[in-house]
Design a protein around this ligand. Structure first.
Ligand SMILES: Cc1cc2nc3c(=O)[nH]c(=O)nc-3n(C[C@H](O)[C@H](O)[C@H](O)COP(=O)(O)O)c2cc1C
Ligand code: SF4
Ligand code: SF4
Length: 434
């Protein structure tokens, strides 16, 4: 059976599934129950500086986006960092770590952008025996207006400076949690590395307004008729997170920097995808908040079964495996040609593929009077839209053409050789380089 144990920065955990810093990790009661359920580690809900704790709103703090079956696809929140006293959190962290020495316990921190503030809290966190810290440079609401969270994460120089302070005043691993609310994720990642970070974690939430109440015209969640932007997470953000993870994994300046992947992880498959793009661990928030702690059983079982089937004996075997296959558009093989093919036995004759291709693509699907839908190879550009809109999984597939065959759309022979845009005759830059 596959070995799911994970060694991330020297921090061992029985599996790569950590709960992200959020309500599931806000207190001892939750974390103990999470560990009993089987989670490999937790990142404790973000601690703030000593003093009166932050104050949350007393009305709704979440908004949601649903699929047609009311499955939660995206969650928006306006919650702040922990609103419980620092002392209480620190005592609880120490107790939990001592009772669960085999699990990863990371403490998330967000204090003002002054060295004294970091210097004050770090020894107290160190005393808990926690395995490391995560710097919350990501929270996009509430705290950012106070000069913390994403207000720091959006300025690479600040990231580097604060990371360096933490490496000076704390001797265990420092993970820098990045905000996705930035144009190019490579810059904050490079700054974290330059500051001495042991790893980065991403993504934190994306600035968002989920919806507007059309009776009151208040953005939701609505607090007494007013709303403010929140942070978006859940399955909807996974593609954004995967791309940002991949950008860091393949950037020559940050390649090899350990990554903890976060953003929409709901199934073992999501986790395996993050790991294949270079994540040594994955963190989960929305899925645990939606389905409860016991989803970790399915995450563990699913990952382990897939690894067994594929012959991967431990998690290190899959980490980063997809990174060499992430490339820039200009290097994609323009000699690769495919055509859509409809499996008539599976087709339920709904006509969605026809509507999509006829109205918005390439008029490459025909509809007969008795609703038989067929692809017209002479028109099909293999865009994949029909596959994406077809309600029957596997009913339409993309079939690659073989070298030597003639593409009926272009009349050209399919070439076996790889050829990309950089040398294409239509590329003015290629011509200029000749
Ligand atoms: C209600 C809520 C509170 C959160 N609080 C924190 C926090 O205190 N610190 C932090 O670093 N991230 C916080 N997050 C962000 C999560 O840790 C995580 O980065 C994000 O939700 C993406 O993961 P997911 O798609 O699995 O939810 C919070 C998320 C939610 C939903
Ligand atoms: S792949 Fe695109 S062009 Fe081809 S049939 Fe489907 S929708 Fe039309
Ligand atoms: S969308 Fe799929 S099921 Fe519907 S007609 Fe097209 S091939 Fe058939």
């Amino acid at each position: 059976m596959a070995d799911l144990t994970t060694d991330f920065l020297g921090i061992k955990s029985p599996n790569p599934f950590w709960l992200a810093s959020a309500p599931p990790t806000d207190k001892e009661y939750n974390v103990r129950r999470a560990f009993e359920a089987g989670w490999g580690g937790v990142v404790w809900k973000t601690l703030g500086a000593e003093g009166p704790p932050v104050v949350n709103v007393n009305g709704p703090r979440y908004g949601a986006i649903y699929g047609a079956d009311r499955r939660l696809l995206g969650l928006n929140n306006i919650e702040l960092i922990t609103d419980r006293p620092l002392e209480v959190n620190l005592e609880e962290i120490a107790r939990v770590k001592s009772d669960y020495p085999d699990r990863a316990v990371i403490v998330s921190i967000m204090v003002p952008c002054e060295e004294a503030a970091w210097k004050a809290i770090l020894p107290r966190v160190a005393e808990t025996g926690a395995d490391g810290i995560e710097l919350n440079f990501g929270c996009p609401h509430g705290m950012s207006e106070r000069g913390m969270g994403s207000a720091v994460g959006q300025v690479p120089e600040y990231i580097e400076m604060v990371t360096r302070w933490c490496k000076t005043h704390y001797d265990k691993p420092v993970i820098v949690k990045l905000t996705p609310n930035i144009t190019d994720i490579r810059f904050p990642a490079r700054a974290a590395k330059n500051g001495g970070a042991d790893a980065v974690s991403l993504i934190n939430t994306i600035s968002s307004i989920t919806s507007v109440d059309l009776d009151t015209f208040s953005p939701e969640p609505s607090i007494d008729g007013k709303g403010s932007h929140g942070g978006y997470c859940g399955p909807a953000v996974k593609p954004i997170a995967l791309n940002m993870v991949a950008e860091i994994a393949r950037d020559p300046e940050t390649r090899g920097l350990p990554i903890s992947g976060i953003g929409g992880v709901t199934t073992w498959r999501d986790a395996a995808e993050f790991m294949s793009l270079g994540c040594g661990t994955v963190q989960v928030c929305t899925a645990a908040m939606t389905y409860g702690f016991r989803i970790v059983e399915e995450l563990n079982a699913g990952l382990s079964k897939w690894m067994d089937e594929k012959g991967y004996s431990n998690t290190a075997d899959i980490v980063g495996r997809a990174v060499p296959n992430v490339t820039d558009w200009q290097y994609l093989n323009l000699n690769y040609v495919a055509k859509a093919k409809i499996d008539q036995d599976q087709c339920i004759k709904c006509g969605r593929c026809y509507a999509a291709c006829e109205d918005t693509s390439h008029q490459a699907i025909s509809m007969s009077p008795d609703r038989v839908f067929e692809v017209i190879d002479e028109e099909c550009v293999a865009c994949n839209l029909c596959v994406d809109v077809c309600p029957v999984e596997g009913c339409i597939s993309m079939v690659p053409m073989k070298p030597g065959e003639v593409d009926p759309r272009t009349g050209k022979v399919v070439e076996a050789e790889y050829a990309n845009w950089t040398t294409h005759p239509n590329n003015p830059m290629a011509k200029a380089a000749e």
